[in-house]
Design a protein around this ligand. Sequence first.
Ligand code: ZN
Length: 57
Amino acid sequence: MIDKKLLEILVCPQCKGSLEYDQKSSELICQADHLAFAIRDDIPVMLVDDARQIPAE
Ligand SMILES: [Zn+2]
């Protein structure tokens, strides 16, 4: 489970926008860039290169 305070200070490394926490997949989502950042061992991996592309709806 990720700390809510940590979540508040985290921004997308690409657009500096806010992120949404997806509890189901344990990822941080940037809606603007359609990127999902994985959380490994409670540490968000805030690297665009490692982010998963979310297919646009
Ligand atoms: Zn972004």
